[in-house]
Design a protein around this ligand. Structure first.
Ligand SMILES: *Cc1c(COP(=O)(O)O)cnc(C)c1O
Length: 317
């Protein structure tokens, strides 16, 4: 089977209104329903990486991520689909058993667990070893970071823009979980290129400022430069809002408030969230709206996927 992006893959994911609260109109964009491997932002990015991989002679993909990683699940799935090897480097610190991890194993990925401090040297060593053996490895940065991943969310911004034009409205806010910041960088680039007015607010699921914000700045800068767009540094600066108020105890660590929100959103709207990414970001969105007394606005939440993680949380719900 070969998945053809133009003929087989519906990437223009649905946007619809799901709630009116406090005069705010809440909309959701269902990137979790992209029809491959439970969807999500990692599928959006991975499909572009695989255009590159399919065009070459690669026989192996090396990438990085924890046992919670949707990215690693999706890459392992695309690799088995293409019949090429997949080697995942995973940090020992976040290696608890999850459904994503079980799926990576089912897809036949090789997983090497090392302490987080020795991840980058391990990746270099493995890439060297593959090349010495006459193999052609392709490296994908963790989470699908880099200009290719950014492109995927420039495309997503275009979809949002098309929705706004078709429905003769504009979103005042766009919220979503922000990890490596690639999703956010793509949306911000799209907004700068097309001259949008939405407030794009990445809710951090792990990183703190100023580091989290600096990484996004660099991604936006790299993308605009590589594609020869003209921009003003100040424009980039003004457009990056990275909210780190809701990271709690860090990546993958949940709390009662997040679990309650996941339960409520599932019961009321039938939308599954998870405690690592979307549930945390949804809580962060409500918190931001309360803190800043946002009222009477059109608010878009991008559901970035991670459906298998919803099931990891079921027992706790
Ligand atoms: C990886 C991931 C994110 C974060 O995306 P980045 O582009 O790394 O910021 C958000 N939501 C889900 C469900 C993810 O798997």
């Amino acid at each position: 089977m070969y998945i053809d992006r133009d003929n087989g893959m519906k990437l223009n994911t649905d946007i619809y209104k799901f709630a009116d609260i406090d005069n705010n109109h809440f909309f959701i964009k269902r990137d979790d329903l992209i029809p491959f491997s439970f969807g999500g932002n990692k599928v959006r990015k991975a499909l572009l990486f695989f255009e590159d991989i399919d065009a070459g002679e690669y026989d192996c993909v090396v990438t990085y991520g924890s046992s919670h990683s949707n990215h690693c699940r999706v890459i392992a799935n695309l690799c088995v689909n293409r019949n090429i090897k997949c080697h995942i480097i995973s940090p020992l610190e976040t290696s608890d058993q999850t459904y994503n991890q079980i799926m990576m194993q089912i897809f036949g990925a090789k997983i090497t667990c090392v302490p987080v401090a020795s991840v980058s040297t391990t990746i270099e060593r493995l890439l060297d070893e593959y090349k010495k053996k006459g193999s052609m490895p392709y490296f994908i940065p963790g989470g699908g970071h880099g200009n290719i991943g950014t492109q995927a969310y420039v495309n997503c911004y275009t979809e949002i823009r098309n929705y706004e034009e078709k429905n003769k409205m504009m979103f005042d806010y766009i919220f979503f979980p922000s990890g490596t910041g690639t999703t956010q960088a793509g949306l911000v680039c799209g907004k700068i290129i097309k001259g949008g007015i939405e407030q794009i607010i990445g809710v951090s699921i792990a990183r703190k400022n100023p580091y989290g914000r600096e990484v996004i700045y660099k991604s936006v800068y790299d993308y605009l430069n590589e594609n020869s767009y003209r921009y003003i540094d100040k424009t980039i600066d003004e457009n990056i809002i990275f909210d780190d108020a809701s990271i709690g105890y860090g990546y993958g660590v949940s709390d009662k408030c997040i679990l309650n929100t996941i339960k409520t959103v599932m019961c009321e709207y039938g939308i599954p969230l998870d405690s690592t990414y979307t549930g945390k970001a949804y809580c962060g969105m409500l918190d931001y709206i309360g803190r800043n007394q946002v009222k009477g606005k059109n608010i878009l939440f991008i559901h970035t996927g991670g459906t298998p993680l919803f099931f990891d949380d079921l027992a706790a719900l």
